[in-house]
Ligand binder design. Structure first.
Ligand code: 5AD
Length: 349
């Protein structure tokens, strides 16, 4: 490994910040050796704050109906082959009930941008979940909405919001999305969510089409400046009915490298080892944890709808019921020296 890379890793560890050129250099010149140095530092800093605990979030995919046509996504509006569904309130509550029994203390309601889920409907659902499970956090991942809408949902009890920025480079953003979607609005939404008081998560895909070391450097700079509470990154995985069907899949190697860098940028960040990472490698989730991730988000969605929420092909959907899934996950996590805990899992300040 060249000395300049080692110097940059040390600088990042001390200052939690690099210049755009330095981030780019670090990615450009990555190597197995450099990763091992980054990974050890990331693991050490994560253990200082979160010990060897891994937080779990129960993911409930409430609808795969979406008005947007993001070029990478399997549930894009233009995909006629996607069989659409929307969970009923009762189905959502039943997922929570099951999840609570299994030790989940965060429920993540994720879905496409489905107009049926008005503020009124969502506020009712959120209010009910919070009343039934006052010791739990509710996280939303429902795309772009108005500031007023975000505010209402927050007041109804939502604690956290996930909205990946997708890329911090405007031109790159435009290559991933149709013309009617705007980079500025995406960033505005993130800013609004933070102002309202949510714990906010941003994030991006690794090896997405047209991504370069420069755009990744911008993503890292964005994370450094925006200081999100959470950051979701996972490899791009092509979907055959998407515009990017023929683009290559992302790598575990770069994803893990970036997880370690992000942990060093913000030591207390909540960093999931994503489903996409587990999808491209059977040990992906464990590799993510060993790179500094401290969150996993198993699926609590009803079995009937689970394989319809197909953002990308071959998405990890264990057919087994949630309980078995969780046990398998616990076993694998313990094998690498970490443990899954029953906790709300807020960010440690
Ligand atoms: N591969 C990997 N991740 C994807 N997402 C959407 N489509 C894909 C894909 N083909 C991610 C996006 C989105 C999140 C919900 O899933 O980053 O924000």
């Amino acid at each position: 490994m060249n000395n300049a890379v080692l110097d940059l890793i040390e600088k990042l560890e001390k200052q939690r910040s690099l210049t755009l050129d330095e981030y780019e250099y670090l990615i450009e010149n990555r190597s197995e050796e450099a990763y091992e140095v980054l990974r050890k530092k990331a693991e050490a800093v994560r253990k200082k704050i979160y010990s060897n605990e891994v937080y779990i979030r129960g993911l409930i995919e409430i609808s795969n109906i979406c008005k947007n046509d993001c070029y990478y996504c399997g549930i894009r509006a233009g995909n006629r082959k996607c069989e659409r569904y929307r969970l009923t309130d009762e189905q959502i509550f039943s997922c929570c009930e099951q999840g609570y029994k299994l030790g989940f203390r965060t429920f993540v309601m994720q879905g496409g941008e489905d107009a049926w889920f008005t503020d009124e409907r969502l506020c009712k659902i959120i209010g009910r979940i919070k009343a039934l499970y006052p010791d739990c956090a509710v996280t939303l991942s429902l795309g772009e909405r108005s500031k007023e809408s975000y505010k209402k949902l927050f007041e109804a009890g939502a604690d956290r919001y996930l909205l990946r920025h997708e890329t911090a480079d405007k031109e790159h953003y435009q290559k991933l999305h149709p013309q009617n979607m705007s980079f500025e609005n995406r960033l505005e939404c993130l800013k609004n969510l933070k102002e309202i008081g949510y714990q906010v998560g941003c994030g991006f895909m690794v090896d997405s089409p047209y991504q370069t070391n420069r755009t990744i450097a911008k993503d890292l700079k964005f994370i450094e400046e925006f200081q999100p509470d959470m950051c979701g990154i996972g490899p791009f995985v092509p979907h055959k009915e998407s515009v990017f069907a023929n683009h290559p899949q992302g790598t575990v190697e770069l994803t893990c490298h970036l997880l370690s860098i992000i942990r060093l940028i913000k030591p207390n960040i909540l960093l999931p080892s994503t489903t996409a990472l587990g999808t491209i490698d059977p040990d992906g989730r464990e590799k993510g944890i060993l790179s500094g991730a401290n969150v996993v988000m198993p699926n609590l969605s009803p079995e009937e709808t689970r394989d319809k929420y197909e953002l990308y092909n071959n998405k990890l959907t264990t057919g087994a019921e949630a309980a078995l899934q969780r046990n398998a996950l616990m076993g694998k996590t313990e094998k690498i020296g970490y443990k899954i805990v029953t906790a709300k899992g807020d960010i440690k300040k």
